[in-house]
Design a binder for this molecule. Structure first.
Ligand SMILES: Cc1cc2nc3c(=O)[nH]c(=O)nc-3n(C[C@H](O)[C@H](O)[C@H](O)COP(=O)(O)OP(=O)(O)OC[C@H]3O[C@@H](n4cnc5c(N)ncnc54)[C@H](O)[C@@H]3O)c2cc1C
Ligand SMILES: NC(=O)c1ccc[n+]([C@@H]2O[C@H](COP(=O)([O-])OP(=O)(O)OC[C@H]3O[C@@H](n4cnc5c(N)ncnc54)[C@H](OP(=O)(O)O)[C@@H]3O)[C@@H](O)[C@H]2O)c1
Length: 458
């Protein structure tokens, strides 16, 4: 019998647990899935946009895994930091798989980045997703103009949420205070800016196209700006590049071309989304102690996918700036960490200490690969890690472990939220929504979540 701790209940943690209990090489593997939050599912609950109900519903398949008879969910168990040290956890289980994701933002490293009114997309996403670490009422949305820096799918998510009417978000699980703030939003212009061209944008076509279908919003792109990209050849012109463009780039360019060519008709929209390219942020501008805009260096393609500065600059006025330039893994004290990549060094999922695999310690998901890839990318990643772990099984079975790790966690002073506690949170969120005339509405604070989880047993 092998008893494995999986730290993190996001997609990579759940897929790791699933691979461990569904394989037949080592019988009788049991898995405890630990998470610092009282709620499971990681970024599927606290990142995937609330208006993407279909992707959100993936929680149902993750739930089925966590309800497996040989898997135990233990929420509100922080590993590292103020919580249980990794070395202590290693004493309780035959093996530990760290699936802790990438919890922070990458940062721009330019002047003015920390001005009031400038936020990472991570903070904005956490706020509308009701992450209990998000500061309450952190977004006043008094701004008329917002700049979103970056052209990845997270940039598209935050630009879309800023551009949607609150009524469209009412049927979702957005926390009630955030819904009120979004209803009072004065944002009219949303500028989303990429430092490279449309053919290097990281968004996917479905997500891009969705921006054009938002009620009350219009997308504006400048054909002349797009045409700086050699891939944006006029229809019928011979392709500039002898290398065929990836399908996603061709499709993105078709969508952008459609917007550039469309004449502006109909009444003035409530909000305008400006998609901008070849703008490298160099400084956030300040007025009266708050952010007042972004100064960009105008760039041009360098012929090999990169950019060079042209010497020209452009300023876009904005009272709100969201920096959507990628996530970043955090070091877990006690585990090795590669600061350049923001990941834990590994070999096929085995944690490397001083370049040597450390028996019993593994990684999967964003903390292993870095913060890219959709939910499904974590499945093969988890499988690779589990294959390494199973190869090591004879060694692991010989390691000491605790007969009852949950009792040991309690003895350490932790009060895990078990599956019943999570189901109580779900019921409390359904009841909260009902009292507000909405579907289930997320509880956005630690106290509320823990009260709901522990109920009378607290
Ligand atoms: C804003 C955003 C929106 C996204 N939307 C989509 C989408 O629509 N579709 C799609 O396919 N992909 C989407 N993705 C990508 C997808 O969410 C990721 O691929 C996936 O969540 C990564 O899984 P993970 O398990 O590695 O990390 P996470 O999902 O981040 O899970 C990590 C878990 O570890 C826990 N944890 C962290 N530290 C500790 C600790 N010290 N102790 C205990 N527990 C800890 C966290 O609480 C969390 O539950 C999105 C990503 C972001 C950032
Ligand atoms: N609906 C969905 O499926 C969905 C939704 C959200 C997220 N996700 C996935 O989650 C992952 C993370 O998404 P993400 O958007 O955070 O990251 P991302 O895809 O890596 O995009 C980051 C963006 O930030 C830009 N950037 C980075 N550093 C910059 C700098 N210093 N100055 C200006 N721009 C900078 C990048 O430009 P360069 O390319 O020039 O570096 C890029 O446009 C992705 O795999 C994404 O597909 C999926």
């Amino acid at each position: 019998m092998l008893h494995v701790a999986v730290v993190g209940s996001g997609p990579s943690g759940v897929y790791t647990a699933q691979s461990l209990v569904e394989q037949s090489r080592v019988p009788d593997v049991r898995v405890d899935v630990l998470d610092r939050l009282p709620c499971p599912y990681g970024l599927v609950r606290y990142g995937v946009a609330p208006d993407h109900e279909k992707i959100k519903s993936l929680q149902n398949s993750l739930r089925t895994v966590l309800e497996h008879e040989r898997i135990t969910f233990l929420g509100h168990v922080q590993v590292g930091g103020d919580g249980l040290p990794p070395e202590r956890l290693s004493e309780l289980y035959h093996a530990v798989v760290y699936c802790v994701g990438a919890a922070t933002d990458r940062g721009l490293g330019i002047p003015g980045e920390d001005l009031p009114g400038s936020h990472s997309a991570t903070e904005f996403v956490s706020w509308y997703s009701a992450h209990p670490d998000a500061a309450a009422n952190s977004f006043a949305l008094q701004a008329r103009s917002a700049v979103v820096i970056g052209v990845g799918n997270v940039a598209v998510d935050v630009a879309r949420i800023l551009s949607r009417g609150a009524e469209e978000l009412r049927p979702t699980d957005v926390p009630h205070p955030a819904l009120g703030t979004l209803a009072g939003s004065r944002v009219r212009e949303v500028h989303m800016a990429g430092r490279r061209g449309p053919s290097q944008a990281r968004f996917t076509t479905k997500e891009l196209r969705e921006l054009g279908g938002l009620p009350g919003a219009r997308v504006v792109v400048d054909g002349a700006e797009l045409a700086r990209d050699p891939a944006y050849a006029p229809v019928g012109a011979p392709a500039d590049s002898p290398v065929p463009l990836p399908a996603v780039v061709r499709r993105n360019i078709e969508v952008l071309r459609g917007w550039a060519d469309a004449p502006a008709t109909g009444p003035d929209p409530m909000r305008t989304i400006h998609l901008r390219f070849f703008l490298r942020p160099v400084e956030l501008l300040e007025r009266d102690g708050r952010v007042a805009g972004v100064r960009f260096a105008r760039t041009a393609p360098d012929g090999s996918g990169g950019i060079q500065d042209t010497g020209a600059y452009e300023e876009i006025g904005a009272q709100l700036v969201l920096r959507a330039v990628g996530y970043r893994g955090l070091p877990l004290p006690g585990l090795p960490f590669d600061p350049a990549r923001g990941t834990v060094p590994h070999l096929a999922g085995r944690v490397l200490r001083d370049g040597v695999p450390s028996p019993g310690e593994y990684v999967a998901g964003w903390i292993k690969r870095g913060p890219t890839g959709v939910i499904g990318s974590n499945r093969p990643c988890a499988k690779e890690t589990v294959a390494s772990l199973l190869d090591d099984a004879p060694l692991l079975e010989a390691r000491p472990s605790a007969p009852d790790p949950v009792a040991a966690l309690r003895a350490w002073g932790l009060r895990p939220v078990e599956w019943d506690g999570w189901l109580s949170i779900e019921r409390a969120e359904a009841a909260l929504g009902q009292s507000l005339g909405r579907g289930p509405v997320k509880i956005p604070d630690w106290t509320g979540l823990l009260q709901a989880a522990h109920g009378d047993r607290r």
